[in-house]
Structure formats: structure tokens, C-alpha cells
Write a protein that binds this ligand. Sequence first.
Ligand SMILES: NS(=O)(=O)c1ccc(C(=O)NCc2cccc(F)c2F)cc1
Ligand SMILES: [Zn+2]
Length: 245
Amino acid sequence: MQNILEICAELIFFVLTFYFFFSGAERGLGPVVLNYDQCTSMNITNNGHSVVVQFDDSDDRSVIQGGPLDNPYRLKQFHFHWGEKGCHGSEHTVAGNSYASELHLVHWNAVKYKTFGEAATAPDGLAVLGIFLETGDDHRWLHVITDALYMVKFKVSTTVNCFNPKCLLPSSLHYWTYLGSLTTPPLHESVIWIVVSKTKISFSMQLGKFRMLLFTGEEEDQRIRMENNFRPPQPLKGRKVRSSI
Ligand SMILES: NS(=O)(=O)c1ccc(C(=O)NCc2cccc(F)c2F)cc1
Ligand SMILES: [Zn+2]
């Protein structure tokens, strides 16, 4: 009788251990991998909200994969958010600390969806890699972008060939990831956010060039300086933030 009870107790212990291990275990978060072709960039545009560098996303030459992503996501564009002074301008904070600016590399799930617009409305449609920028010495590669900003002071577009944004990324891509939304209207909840913990880009003079951009077009009477184009962090509302280590 005693043996039967011991066997039952061990069996119950094993079943419960198995359940709790596999039900709550986080699928391991591997590294994020960027395979960007050297020459898929097309243009740089002042769209009246930010400055955006757009890419040819007609095939998988420039993709992000790995980490929390189940398949490759195509690079569509990157853009920046910044403040008017100091270390305010990022859209994410780390332990309550914000940064002067934040770079967003926007990718879409072309395996499951036919267009960016369709992907932008699906929970697993977009993957945005967020990189913090802080003030410091100017960044050697960012000048390729900031030197072109004078050409897009107003709401216009100009060509940018063969700019590979991988040069803007930190060496180590330790990241946090969570399921969130676009930070500008229509605020679709369609973004797998991948926020890189290590700031890479430091820039001080260059930040000034972002701040000389205008929200307004050349034909408009008003000249409104483009700054503070960031959305402050929002409540997590129960969202789970996972870490890559
Ligand atoms: N800051 S961010 O990284 O969260 C962000 C990224 C992309 C867009 C965007 O593409 N908007 C236009 C757009 C175009 C097509 C369909 C859309 F839903 C849409 F918002 C907005 C915010
Ligand atoms: Zn953004």
C-alpha cells in the first residue's frame, strides 16, 4: 500500500513539474540577424512628421530575422524621433531614462502579407528595431544622412543611393522585445518592437541639423521647426517585455 502511495505522489510531482516547465517557459530569445543589401535605399523624404529613408522592398534583399521573429521581415524604411533639447526625444525609456533621439528601422512580414499596408494592420505584421541616439561626438556614418538634410528642409524628397543602415547599429544587439503599436496615427497594434539596449549613435552637431528641418512646406507661409516629433512612453497595460539575455 505504502509503495502505491509513493508511486502516485512521484507521478503527480512529475506531471506538475512537466506542466509548469513547459507552460511558463519562455521560448529562448536568440540573436536578431540583419541581412541588409548594400544598395536598396531609394530616397530621403521630409514627410512633415519626420525624415524617412525609404528602401526597395520588392524582394528579400534587406531583411531582419531571428530573435522574436518567426520569419524574415523586409526593410521598408527608417526614420528618427527627436526633441528640442537635452536628452528628451526618444519614444522608449530605460529605467525611466530617455535619450535625445530614437532611430526606427521599420520592417514588414512579406511572408504572410501581400503589402505593407495589409501587414500594418496585423498583430505580427511589422517589426521595428529601435536604436537610442545620445549626444556626444559626431557619428562617422550618420553624417551621410545629416549632410543630406539641408536638401529636405521642407516637405520634399531626394535620392539616396546605396546607404546601408547597418552602419548605424551597435556592435552588440542585446534587446528588449514586446508586442506594441505604431507610435503615430493610426496607432495600429501591429508592431513587434525590438529595442536595442546599447546606444550606438552619438551626435551633437548632427542633432542640430535634424532640428533645422521644418514641419511645413516651402509654399506655406509658416515656418515651423521640426522638433519634439516623439510620442511619450505609454502605460504597458500588462504587456510582457522580454529580454534577449
Ligand atoms: N514610429 S513607428 O516606427 O511606430 C511607425 C512606423 C511606420 C509608420 C507608417 O508607416 N505609417 C504610415 C502607414 C502607411 C500604411 C499603412 C499604415 F497603417 C500606416 F500607418 C508609422 C509609425
Ligand atoms: Zn518611429
